[in-house]
Ligand binder design. Structure first.
Ligand SMILES: C[S@@+](CC[C@H](N)C(=O)[O-])C[C@H]1O[C@@H](n2cnc3c(N)ncnc32)[C@H](O)[C@@H]1O
Length: 247
C-alpha cells in the first residue's frame, strides 16, 4: 500500500496550493507546451498545460478535483511513458518519498524533452532556521535527516540544475512543514499535523513532549517574545528550493 494511502486521508483540507509559490513554479516552467506532474498528489501546482499526473496513492488520486488532468497510478521509478513524452516534468515536494531516487530522476530525464522542475528543501538550512524543528522537535529534524535529499545530490542526478530559493509567505495556504512559521498555534492542531508528513511520520508519541512545550510557550507569550523578529516579516527562506534543469 502506498504510504500516502495512510498519510493522505485529509491532505486536501490543509494542503491547498499557495498562489505565490504556484506563480514561481509556473514561471520556472516557462513556455513549455505540455507538462507531466510526477508525485502529483491531489494536483497542487499543476499548470493548465498538464497532460498527465502520475501518483501511486489511491487516496491522493481520489482527492483530485474534478476537471483535473488525467492521472495514472504509478511511481516515479517506473513511469508508464515513452521517451520524450512531454516538454516538461514537474515534481513538487515528492522526491524525499521515493524509494529509489536515482531511478526516479533517471525516469524524469527520460520522459522530459526540455525541462525538469523539482521543488524540494535543503535540510541543512531547514533544521538551522526553522524554529519548530530546531527548538521543539529535534526528533523530527533527525527523521528528516534520514530522508531529505541533499540539493547538491539532486542537482547532480538531474545533470545540473539552477537553484531558486522559494520563500514561505506568512499566510501560506499550503500547509507543508514550515507553512505556519508565523502561526505557531497551528502546529497544535492534529489536522494540520496530519497534513505534514514530517510530523505524521515522526509520530504523536515522539512529538508530544515538544508540542506540549510549544503549547505552553504560545499560551504564556514566551514564543512571541522569543520570536519577535519574525512577527514583522512577510516571508522567510527556510531552505525550500526549486531546482530547474534544461535538457
Ligand atoms: C507531500 S505529497 C506532494 C503532492 C503534490 N505534489 C503536492 O505538492 O501537493 C508527496 C506525494 O508523493 C507521492 N509519492 C510517494 N512515493 C512516490 C513515488 N515513488 N513516485 C511518485 N510519487 C510518489 C505521494 O503519494 C504523495 O502524493
Amino acid at each position: 500500500m502506498a504510504t500516502y494511502d495512510t498519510l493522505g486521508a485529509t491532505y486536501a483540507r490543509t494542503r491547498r496550493p499557495d498562489p505565490r509559490i504556484a506563480a514561481q513554479i509556473h514561471a520556472a516552467l516557462g513556455d513549455v507546451t505540455d507538462v507531466i506532474n510526477v508525485g502529483a498528489g491531489t494536483g497542487s501546482y499543476e499548470p493548465p498545460r498538464t497532460v498527465l499526473a502520475v501518483e501511486p496513492s489511491r487516496v491522493m488520486l481520489a482527492q483530485r478535483p474534478s476537471g483535473s488532468a488525467p492521472a495514472v497510478r504509478a511511481v516515479a521509478e517506473r513511469l508508464p511513458l515513452g521517451d520524450d513524452a512531454a516538454d516538461a516534468v514537474l515534481a513538487v515536494l515528492t522526491v524525499h518519498h521515493w524509494t529509489d531516487l536515482t531511478a526516479g530522476i533517471r525516469e524524469l530525464r527520460r520522459v522530459a524533452r526540455r525541462r525538469i522542475v523539482v521543488l524540494t528543501w535543503d535540510q541543512r538550512i531547514f533544521r538551522e532556521r526553522f524554529w519548530l524543528v530546531r527548538d521543539y522537535l529535534p526528533e523530527a529534524a533527525a527523521f528528516d535527516d534520514t530522508r531529505a535529499v541533499p540539493t547538491e545530490q539532486l542537482a547532480a542526478l538531474l545533470g545540473g540544475a539552477r537553484r531558486e530559493p522559494v520563500l514561505v509567505p506568512h499566510d501560506c495556504s499550503d500547509g507543508f512543514a514550515a507553512a505556519y512559521w508565523r502561526r505557531p498555534h497551528a502546529y497544535l492542531d492534529p489536522q494540520v499535523r496530519a497534513g505534514i508528513s514530517l510530523l505524521a511520520q515522526t509520530g504523536e508519541t515522539v512529538t508530544a513532549p515538544g508540542l506540549a512545550r510549544l503549547a505552553d510557550d504560545v499560551a504564556t507569550g514566551r514564543w512571541h517574545l522569543r520570536h519577535a523578529e519574525l512577527l514583522g516579516l512577510e516571508a522567510i527562506d527556510v531552505g525550500y528550493r526549486l531546482l530547474v534543469t534544461d535538457l
